[in-house]
Ligand binder design. Structure first.
Ligand code: ZN
Ligand code: ZN
Length: 410
């Protein structure tokens, strides 16, 4: 039977379009081959820290493999689609779909009444070692990032009518993710350190001191909760020029495993002997005792103490104005500091933070001596220290300091 003219025209049009596209692609390939991307200059002078960081990271980063796309779809839609299918074996349309669930992951098996299996996605599933199903892994990872934990995952599953999983399953997945995250963080840190080391020694011709590289670093800590009541904190040492993280340290006042075991002991779910045996083998997460404010100090001492392991000396300490961590670093090894008497750690202040502190202090001054009772000689008030004046002072101070960077006046 001859094909209708309409279809012939469509096919011809499609063939034309395909030829055009392939010619364009070939042209593009040719252009790319004759015009290679410009090579970055070997010197880094004049670049911003973000540019240096990008160039260093680009040299080292391995591009990840294609990420699979995820779609959420109603079960009925799949059933509707399957109803229209014909079996390739018997050409009948007695095709049915069966759903198999593993935690949140759903696998589809499309099978004909004649027994022919058209597609079974479970067989081609990319299940990671020890039954970690990919979508459940993704979901647990998300709720961990959001900080909502098992309760959050359970709620999300309820709202989307997805299959639920138990708390023990959640813990199993969370442990797997944490283990891999630590592994990844360690490899990223190693890459960052290597990049910074090569950047200074090869591109900046930095001299080594006692076989160690002096680096200007900034240090800052952060807490899980504000107001000095947090049980968790993290501190990081960052290279000033490249902005790459050189080291980090987590402080924790609590260990969830210890809490769970102690509860089990109280409820007589385990015996005292079992608890003692467990405690012997246990690698505890709690590594800090004391005030939450002191976490920064402990973290700084830990990281400055081990900097030699990475063949680096964190010579400059750019801080946010809080000197306690700096003082603690200088007091290490009975006042000798982390390196030696000759290699003292220097302190530098961040201009932004200094300006911020100036503003806070001036506002404080305005409040204490101005206010309702306007006596003669108070600081605040009209034509005196107003909010506008404070903002101006803060701004001019910051600008003038920035202008003097690199001169003796700074
Ligand atoms: Zn069939
Ligand atoms: Zn513990």
């Amino acid at each position: 039977m001859p094909r209708p003219k309409k279809y012939v025209a469509i096919r011809r049009k499609a063939a034309e379009l395909a030829t055009k596209a392939s010619v364009a692609a070939a042209k593009k390939r040719k252009l790319e081959a004759s015009d290679p991307t410009p090579v970055a200059p070997s010197t880094s002078r004049g670049k911003t820290s973000a540019e240096i960081r990008k160039s260093l990271v680009a040299e080292q980063t391995v591009k990840p493999a294609g990420v699979e796309k995820v779609r959420v779809i109603f079960e009925e839609i799949i059933q509707e689609i399957v109803k229209t299918m014909l079996c390739p074996s018997c050409a009948d349309n007695k095709v049915a779909v069966k759903f198999t669930h593993h935690q949140t992951d759903t696998y589809i098996c499309v099978k004909c009444a004649c027994g022919h299996v058209i597609k079974d996605t479970l067989k081609s599933a990319k299940v990671k070692e020890k039954n970690y199903h990919p979508l459940t892994l993704l979901l647990v990872y998300c709720v961990m990032l959001f900080g909502v934990g098992f309760v959050g995952a359970d709620k999300l599953n309820s709202f989307l009518s997805l299959k639920h999983f138990t708390k023990n399953t959640y813990i199993r997945y969370a442990k797997y993710i944490t283990m891999n995250a630590i592994k990844h963080a360690t490899s990223v840190l190693e890459r960052s350190r290597r990049s910074v080391y090569e950047h200074y020694t090869q591109k900046e011709d930095a001299d080594l001191v006692d076989d160690m590289l002096p680096v200007s670093t900034t240090f800052d800590g952060s807490w899980h909760k504000r107001g000095f009541k947090s049980n968790y904190g993290v501190g990081a040492v960052i290279d000033v020029e490249t902005g790459l993280i050189l080291d980090y340290e987590v402080s924790s006042k609590l260990c969830q495993m210890c809490i769970a075991k102690e509860k089990a002991l109280q409820n007589k779910k385990i015996t005292e002997t079992e608890y003692v045996f467990w405690l012997d083998e246990h690698d505890c997460d709690a590594n800090y005792e004391g005030s939450s404010g002191g976490m920064e100090v402990a973290e700084a001492m830990e990281m400055w103490g081990r900097s030699k392991n990475h063949k680096m000396m964190y010579k400059t300490f750019v801080s946010d104005g809080d000197s306690s961590a700096y003082r603690a670093v200088c007091d290490m090894n009975e006042g000798v500091g982390p390196y030696s008497e000759e290699q003292k750690v220097m302190k530098a202040e961040c201009v932004n933070h200094v300006a911020k502190r100036l503003g806070t202090a001036l506002r404080g001054l305005k409040k204490t001596r101005g206010g309702k009772q306007k006596k003669e000689g108070t600081v605040g008030g009209r034509h005196k220290l107003t909010q506008t004046v404070i903002d101006h002072l803060q701004h001019y101070f910051q600008v003038s300091l920035n202008r003097k960077v690199g001169t003796s006046a700074a």
